[in-house]
Design a binder for this molecule. Structure first.
Ligand SMILES: [Zn+2]
Length: 82
């Protein structure tokens, strides 16, 4: 969704909208529409800048992405340190 690069679903992070905020769905179990981005900051930031989340998740207004960004930052940090 962010960089528009194709990827297997397993490599992507599912995002859902809960109460006006984007929430990462690491296990893919949360209900509702999902949007998919690479778990990478460049990809996430692109999606945020394009306002892709409200569109993809059919949200009536803007969505808060602060918590989502922190979660992705954590994921990236975890991957960097095995
Ligand atoms: Zn991407």
């Amino acid at each position: 969704m962010g960089c528009r690069e194709r990827a297997a679903k397993d490599d992507l992070l599912r995002i859902v909208a809960i109460e006006g905020a984007c929430v990462p769905d690491h296990r893919g179990t949360l209900p509702g529409r999902g949007a998919y981005v690479h778990p990478a900051l460049v990809c996430l930031d692109l999606a945020v800048r394009r306002r892709a989340f409200p569109r993809a998740l059919r949200a009536p207004g803007p969505l808060d992405t602060k918590a989502l960004r922190l979660a992705v930052e954590k994921t990236v940090a975890e991957k960097a340190t095995p």
